[in-house]
Design a protein around this ligand. Sequence first.
Ligand code: GLN
Length: 529
Amino acid sequence: MGKYIFITGGVLSSIGKGTITSSLGFLLKSAGFKVTAVKIDPYVNVDAGTMNPYMHGEVFVTNDGAETDLDLGHYERFIDIEMTKINNITTGKVYFETIRKEREGKFLGQTVQIIPHITDEIKSMIRQVTKLFDAEITIVEIGGTVGDIESLPFLEATRQMKLESEESDVLFIHTALVEYLKVTGELKTKPLQHSVQELRRIGIQPDIIITRSPFPIDEESRDKISLFTNVRKDKIFTNYDVDTPYEVPMILNEQNIIETIIKLMGLPERKPDITQWINFVEKIRNPSGKTAKIFLIGKYTKHKDSYISIKEAMLHAAAYLNVKLDMVWLESNELEKGEFSILNDAMGIVVLPGFGSRGVEGKINAIKYARTKNIPFLGICFGLQLAVVEFARNVLNYTNANTTEVDQNTPYPVISMLDEQKKVTLLGGTMRLGAQKIILREGTKVWEAYGRKVINERHRHRYEVNPRFVDEMEKNGFIVSGVSEDGLVEMMELKGHKFFVGTQPHPEFNSRPMKPAPLFINFLRAVIS
Ligand code: GLN
């Protein structure tokens, strides 16, 4: 049957529910429990694939090809488990499925309603995850903030799950902001109290509260929270400000939260062993080696979560090499004015994934800069494609070479649409998605990085390197170093350059704190060498 921990959030969004979910998952796994995690997104989109990163942050891609909320990336990195299509539940998915069943005639004679039909579908989707993972504990993060209209059916479904289970099989953890008011020098708990009232109004009494506050809360605030939320003081914890989210499992563990969860849920008594994690965090906080100043160039760099998996992958690799990272995120259109002095002290350049034409010429300029000045370069997805465009224009002298994504009438379509994409009419969930096998060419930089011939990395694209131009590229030193089983170009690199690698798949999605992505490691190695 499995046990469930539901994580709700109050007062504001973006208060770290994802980090709490991941941290608890990690701690419980480190204590020997079999854990999985689910993210509920109450929006009506079926998945995150059609959303703008400016609004929603990165689209995380799972091995089985789901385009999901970025929190699933946190779950993979913290808990070190592989997420799947079903680990992200949205209003869109729930209604889609319910309406499909209704059309099939599964509810003949009935009036199909939010309660019980929608809530039943939600419960069944959650339980399906537990079953797939054979999990002892399923942690379910409910996106949004309590009080939102769209999260109501999900909260109602979780309330029913508590009612239908053994008391100890379902636990509610509520996390909410406790703001520090400078003028009066106090922590203010009222908004948190109200958010708990909102939960109780719909029949949910939290078992544990985790405050999100700048520092651990004082006794007076704890008393108030306890009195007004009906949660005993020893079940109130704090997620206070720390240098990196990777510290959150440590601060929660110091407060013995797992002991409390174990007691409340009637689980066997075990303690998490997190020594390795502590070492990793120490290396992130105080690297003793060289500094690496990396410029990361893209179209959505103003939103800090747009490329979060790349940021984390870079951090993992830096911790592994004991390197201090100085990451500069740059909007590519800044590089379209012919002025590149901003890149003067770049020790490495990353061109980020992306879509559409805005900022493309800036990215191409950055690639030329890295290629001609022998600066280590990593081009991810669109970054590879634009490296091909740059090479075609400036080395092969193919005037106006381009990707057909940007210029349909280019005389040199060095990047063109994948054949399988030509018949695609619906845009949701139809890119080339998910993990695929890649065969690496011996003796190349990528082969050296991975240390093996066959790898698996995740994709998300509609365009590919046009095979028609590959011979000419290779003759001039830009060689194919990885191909898919059906012969698509997956990775390319420049001979004779310190490190100039483009990758069609996204290696960042497979990076873990203790298992950094090989291409990021070797890119950074080249940067500091
Ligand atoms: N826009 C390019 C494509 O669809 C690259 C996509 C990406 O960078 N994820 O092929």
